[in-house]
Ligand binder design. Structure first.
Ligand code: ATP
Ligand code: MG
Length: 572
């Protein structure tokens, strides 16, 4: 690929320009023959929660680059902080990456598998006089650190001999000291303008049970030490991370300067802007809060911004991958409108989802001049966007259901749906005229009486009538009742976590879930299987809940057909 650019720069100019800055760097490195022409990436989740849509972006970036440049991408669990980690999270992470369509082959790694190697690397630093065992308390560490404008003070333990440090570090490992009483620190520069370079902590004593190493270790490496060295051990070439790690980069390089031998391949860290989405919370701590306090029904609640939540909501892997690619890679933080993600799933399902009829809030219509007991099997095409999806038979009879809000007793002129004396087409069937209606004691419409024009059948209409409205419907005796969960955005504020003095949970949208129990669906949907996706005509996209019982589908709304949030936002 790189060669192509060189040989015919003109013809490939636009392609070259459209490369993002990370691709440009990768291509330059390939051109320079860096790392022997290898490219190797990794996706390094901490197993302390489910993956969210921000992680999806990182997955698409890392695995995508590996695919594009014929390299590899490892899955590495960054499991160095056992307090919050678990195998439940490990399993969910693997399932989500596979669902997105990526594969790490046999390269499933754990930072915890490197504890021994990391320990040896720390010993190497001690031997070089580049690390020391410190006994300051947490309080004192803070005090000694200084501030960005005031240099820190050196620890009184900083100039211990190599022998003493080696002895103490080994005894730390052997469990001779209480939690928190000693730590290993890198010996860098307490006056550095970069706070991360002021003798950062490398190891702490913590008697935690680790989900993989059990009680073998009572000292655990800090993220900054473990991460870069894990990259080095795995021979990663490009270590991509989000912008907040930019200030950690000098430390990332400092460790490798002191650990890698001359001539060895070394990973390089490159930062990109994390994905932020409007109306969405992405911090795992806050997502956990929603789960633990039952604001939602688990990590994979269809309103959660987790990959498993989107899956249960009916999003396709393609819609998430396309979205991630379309928003691109930026060097500065920004916020992407969640409407873009919703657009992406509409675009995908528009082509893939069969279009069917479902009435969510039914009211009965009786066609008085249609013969009692007669049933016509009407042929309806499944998706005009894709002829290969074929057609299906939909029964039509004297009594049908339509949507309650498709009828008005006293409609305005421009209401092109049903009203007294008005004519509308029933989708794929006949033109009907509303003759009268009956109300119950509370004043609700109980049934609507119509007549139909036998010459107006769809596809063979000789009635000469022109009607503006077309309604969806379901035959009353053929349709079946099902539960539909009408999901909407979880927050009704574009930036729920940005308000000072307000908790993000104050902005939970009380209408984010409406359970509709009396919906009537066309009979073909009875055979729908978990995760089958449909367009309910005029209403939106819906998916059969993954956990619905066989033969008893529950449908989750993925998105309505059109975005009605941007309009709302403008009206405010
Ligand atoms: P959180 O802050 O939500 O807890 P994290 O960054 O601590 O997320 P990790 O499990 O450490 O979670 O993340 C794994 C990888 O995913 C990291 O490389 C991280 O940079 C990347 N990542 C996390 N959030 C985003 C995001 N919003 N956009 C892009 N990449 C992200
Ligand atoms: Mg992290």
């Amino acid at each position: 690929m790189t060669k192509e650019h060189k040989e015919s720069p003109e013809s490939n100019e636009s392609e070259y320009k459209s490369l993002n800055f990370i691709e440009q760097k990768v291509e330059k490195d390939l051109e320079d023959g860096k790392n022997g022409g290898r490219v190797h990436f990794r996706f390094p989740p901490e197993p302390n929660g489910f993956l969210h849509i921000g992680h999806a972006k990182s997955i698409v970036l890392n695995f995508g680059l590996a695919e594009k440049y014929g390299g590899k991408c490892n899955l590495r669990f960054d499991d160095t902080n056992p307090a919050k980690e678990s195998t439940e999270y490990v399993d969910s992470i693997k399932e989500d990456i596979h669902w997105l369509g990526f594969d790490w082959e046999d390269r499933e790694y754990y930072a915890s598998d490197y504890f021994e190697k990391l320990y040896e690397m720390a010993v190497k630093l001690i031997k070089k006089g580049k690390a020391y065992v410190c006994e300051l308390t947490g309080e004192q560490i803070k005090e000694y650190r200084g501030t960005p404008t005031v240099p820190g003070k050196e620890s009184p333990y900083r100039n211990r001999s190599v022998e003493e440090n080696l002895d103490l570090f080994e005894r730390m490992r052997n469990g001779e000291f209480e939690d928190g009483t000693k730590m290993l620190r890198a010996k860098i520069d307490m006056a550095s303008p970069n706070m991360h370079m002021r003798d950062p902590i490398m190891y702490r004593i913590r008697r935690y049970h680790h989900h993989r190493t059990g009680d073998k270790w009572c000292i655990y490496p800090m993220y900054d030490f473990a991460h870069g060295q894990s990259d080095f051990i795995e021979k990663i070439t490009h270590s991509l991370c989000t912008l907040e790690f930019e200030v950690h980069r000098p430390l990332y390089d400092w460790f490798l300067d002191n650990i890698a031998e001359p001539g060895e391949d070394r990973p390089e860290q490159t930062e990109f802007a994390r994905l932020n989405l409007s109306y969405t919370i992405m911090s795992k701590r806050r997502l956990l809060e929603l789960v633990e306090n039952s604001y939602v029904d688990g990590w994979d609640d269809p309103r959660m911004p987790t990959i498993s939540g989107f899956r249960r909501r009916g999003f396709t892997p393609e819609s998430i991958r396309n979205f991630s690619e379309q928003v691109g890679i930026a060097k500065r933080d920004n916020v992407i409108d969640v409407a873009k993600l919703e657009h992406s799933v509409r675009e995908d399902l528009n082509k893939k989802a069969p279009r069917v009829m479902a009435v969510l809030d039914p009211v009965k219509v009786i066609i008085d001049n249609y013969p009692e007991g007669k049933v016509e099997e009407l042929e309806l095409i499944n998706n005009p966007e894709d002829e290969s999806m074929g057609s299906r038979k939909v029964p039509f009879s004297r009594e049908i259901y339509i949507e309650r809000n498709d009828f008005m007793e006293d409609p305005p002129r421009k209401f092109f749906r049903m009203g007294p004396g008005r004519e509308v087409r029933l989708k794929g069937a006949y033109i009907v005229k509303c003759e009268n209606y009956v109300k119950d004691a509370e004043g609700n419409i109980r049934e609507i009486h119509c007549t139909y024009d036998p010459h107006s059948k769809s596809g063979e209409d000789t009635s000469g009538k022109k009607v503006k409205g077309t309604l969806h419907w379901v035959s009353a005796s053929h349709g079946f009742k099902a539960e539909v969960r009408q999901y909407d955005r979880l927050f009704n504020d574009p930036a729920p976590a940005s308000h000072k003095d307000r908790d993000f949970k104050d902005f939970i949208n009380p209408e984010s879930l409406k359970v509709l129990e009396n919906c009537v669906l066309e009979p073909s949907l009875k055979d729908a299987k978990p995760e089958d996706k449909f367009q309910f005509q005029r209403l939106g996209y819906f998916v059969v809940d993954r956990y619905a019982a066989q033969g008893k589908p529950v449908f989750n709304r993925t998105v309505p057909l059109r975005d009605n949030w941007s309009k709302r936002a403008k009206q405010k």
